[in-house]
Design a protein around this ligand. Structure first.
Ligand SMILES: *[C@@H]1O[C@H](CO)[C@@H](O)[C@H](O)[C@H]1NC(C)=O
Ligand SMILES: *[C@@H]1O[C@H](CO)[C@@H](O)[C@H](O)[C@H]1NC(C)=O
Ligand SMILES: *[C@@H]1O[C@H](CO)[C@@H](O)[C@H](O)[C@H]1NC(C)=O
Ligand SMILES: *[C@@H]1O[C@H](CO)[C@@H](O)[C@H](O)[C@H]1NC(C)=O
Ligand SMILES: *[C@@H]1O[C@H](CO)[C@@H](O)[C@H](O)[C@H]1NC(C)=O
Ligand SMILES: *[C@@H]1O[C@H](CO)[C@@H](O)[C@H](O)[C@H]1NC(C)=O
Ligand SMILES: *[C@@H]1O[C@H](CO)[C@@H](O)[C@H](O)[C@H]1NC(C)=O
Ligand SMILES: [Zn+2]
Length: 519
């Protein structure tokens, strides 16, 4: 018989406890590891069974069906056709409430795709006036009768106005939903907001907007997803002596009096079918300079503070805009889609610039150039940002991503062709050589972090407004362009007679062009 090995009872118990603790730690670590892994969807979940056996609770909550208004994505039962929007920003503070506000009316005509007794439409931070006792008024069009509203409420978390009906909307029929509302013209840089500056000792207020990605719903109730394109009829009411701008050309300006207040009413031509995130509304006392695209009826204007325009700070941007638009027309083989191109420099602006269709908004440093004090770097910044935003007028605005998970398509290609447009306008600068430094090297650092993500995410991974704004990062901009850069380097090497001359450079390049056209 072999000699036994004995330990005391206490030692055994302690050993047992330690063993159990070790098992618990291993399981916990495995769970954490698995969670990290599933975050990165490219790596298959292999061999780790902890999550499925240990957390039945999480699984059951995920699969519980929620009410449509608890989802962050709109139901697919309704699709917008056109909007008729009137907005009136007040550029003076209301002394009794201490608030700057805007009031508005909006009517959206939508088509019913699937029978439904529910209307879910985005609406955030707006106070809606009750119409016939409800938050909105529904009318049937072309002989359709609208069911009565049963109940309506604001679902704050998911940023919806929800309307339950007594009967069903019928598939194939069209309806109009009208709302009457008031919002704060806050200085929060989101939706319809307020920008302030001082000129010659006088404080001035500008009403302006930033809708991307999810802030149009803060300006008027709308189906606020990029694929929900519609035609917009816009009217702005504004103080006499100010100028109102929007995506289209102004077609009518009248002086009138509303509730005893003297105002000017500016109506704009209907927009092209477009996404809500590309809308823009601006009221200011800004001045402008005018140019055009060669042999074209397109009106090109640069807007800024009166003083900046008087001192000629808009000239550089105006000088390069016409040639670059011409270049992009040839590059995309498509005419500039709109009747005008306005670019405006704002004293308070969150991003560098925003490609609103026909009315691009910029930080002052990204549009204005003062030859007396600006550096060459400042000039390069103006050139590349203007090129980037103009590139979006086709890629992004005319052709648009379906959902924000594919933001890299939009930003990667704009960030690439930005160099081509800039190179066309300033051929002696060799600007394309900057891509490696400005984008490829920059993204190496970010892509090495654990927080990096694949270029494109799964659609269902990007839902909430915060998850959408997270997509606007270096990966979406610079990693995507770095992929394009690989093509560019190859093309360049091949053109210079490198020995590895298998695919011809023109084939490579046309492949890239074909990618940029596909929807
Ligand atoms: C928009 O609404 C205004 C006032 O409600 C109306 O006069 C105008 O005809 C409407 N325009 C369109 C295009 O529906
Ligand atoms: C200020 O706000 C109050 C409360 O909303 C309103 O009754 C009043 O008419 C406003 N004053 C002006 C000058 O708009
Ligand atoms: C909206 O209504 C709330 C509650 O009555 C009020 O506190 C807020 O000031 C209103 N906002 C605007 C812009 O009128
Ligand atoms: C409206 O009024 C402003 C200032 O009072 C004036 O400069 C402008 O010419 C008027 N516009 C029209 C269309 O009458
Ligand atoms: C704009 O172009 C004009 C005419 O070519 C030139 O005289 C002017 O210096 C340019 N302005 C800037 C700021 O580049
Ligand atoms: C598109 O290409 C065709 C063929 O080269 C050309 O005739 C046409 O003018 C181009 N269109 C634009 C808008 O560049
Ligand atoms: C690009 O598209 C054109 C026209 O559709 C086609 O003829 C050509 O073969 C495509 N090129 C590549 C590289 O796929
Ligand atoms: Zn962009």
């Amino acid at each position: 018989m072999a000699k036994g090995f004995y330990i005391s009872k206490n030692m055994g118990l302690a050993g047992l406890l330690m063993g159990a603790a070790a098992v618990v730690i291993i399981i916990a670590l495995a769970a954490v590891y698995d969670k990290e892994k599933t975050k990165n969807q490219n790596i298959p979940v292999d061999g780790v069974t902890v999550l499925t056996t240990a957390s039945p609770d999480t699984i059951s909550t995920i699969s519980t069906p929620k009410d449509p208004w608890e989802h962050y994505r709109l139901p697919d039962s309704l699709s917008p056709v056109s909007y008729n929007i009137t907005l009136w920003p007040r550029l003076v503070v209301n002394a009794s409430t201490g608030l700057y506000i805007f009031t508005g009316q909006s009517a959206v005509v939508f088509q019913c795709e699937k029978d439904t007794d529910l209307i879910v439409i985005h609406c955030n931070k707006l106070n809606l006036t009750l119409l016939d006792g409800h938050h909105a008024r529904l009318t049937g069009l072309d002989g359709a009768t609208a069911p009565n509203v049963k109940t309506s409420w604001l679902q704050v978390k998911t940023e919806y106005l929800v309307i339950q009906l007594n009967g069903k909307l019928a598939a194939g029929k069209s309806y109009r939903l009208s709302t009457d509302f008031q919002g704060e013209l806050a200085d929060d840089l989101k939706g319809f907001y307020r920008s302030e500056y001082t000129e010659d000792g006088v404080k001035k207020v500008v009403a302006t907007s930033q809708m991307q990605a999810t802030f149009a719903r803060k300006a008027f109730p709308c189906f606020d997803e990029p694929a929900m394109k519609a035609v917009f009829h816009i009217t702005l009411i504004h103080q006499r002596g100010t100028v109102a701008l929007s995506n289209g050309r102004d077609v009518e300006t009248v002086n009138t009096t509303i509730d005893g207040t003297e105002v000017t009413m500016t109506r704009f031509e209907p927009t092209k079918r477009m996404s809500t995130y590309l809308l823009a509304f601006i009221v200011s006392d800004f001045a402008h300079i005018t140019g055009s695209i060669e042999n074209d009826n397109v009106l090109v204007r640069i807007w800024a503070r009166r003083k900046a325009i008087a001192e000629g700070h808009g000239h550089y941007a105006l000088n390069v805009t016409g040639p670059m638009l011409k270049f992009f027309e040839r590059y995309y083989n498509a005419s500039y889609p709109l009747s005008k191109s306005d670019q405006i420099a704002l004293p308070d602006f969150n991003a560098g610039a925003m490609e609103n269709w026909g009315l691009i908004t910029y930080r002052e440093t990204a549009l204005l150039y003062d030859p007396a004090i600006s550096s060459v770097g400042n000039k390069e910044r103006v050139l590349t940002v203007v090129a980037h935003e103009l590139a979006h007028m086709w890629f992004g605005n005319l052709v648009t991503l379906r959902w924000w998970n594919d933001l890299w398509l939009n930003e990667g290609f704009a960030s690439y062709v930005e160099y081509l447009g800039a190179d066309y306008a300033e051929p002696t600068w060799n600007i394309k050589e900057q891509i490696i430094l400005n984008d490829v090297h920059k993204v190496f650092a970010v892509d090495a972090l654990a927080s990096s993500h694949p270029l494109s995410r799964k659609e269902e991974e990007v839902n909430q407004p915060d998850e959408i704004s997270e997509m606007f990062n270096t990966i979406s901009y610079s990693k995507a362009i770095s992929y394009s850069k690989v093509l560019y380097v190859l093309e360049h090497l091949l053109q210079q007679g490198s020995p590895c001359s298998r695919p011809s450079p023109t084939a490579r390049f046309s492949m890239f062009q074909n990618i940029s056209y596909s929807k």
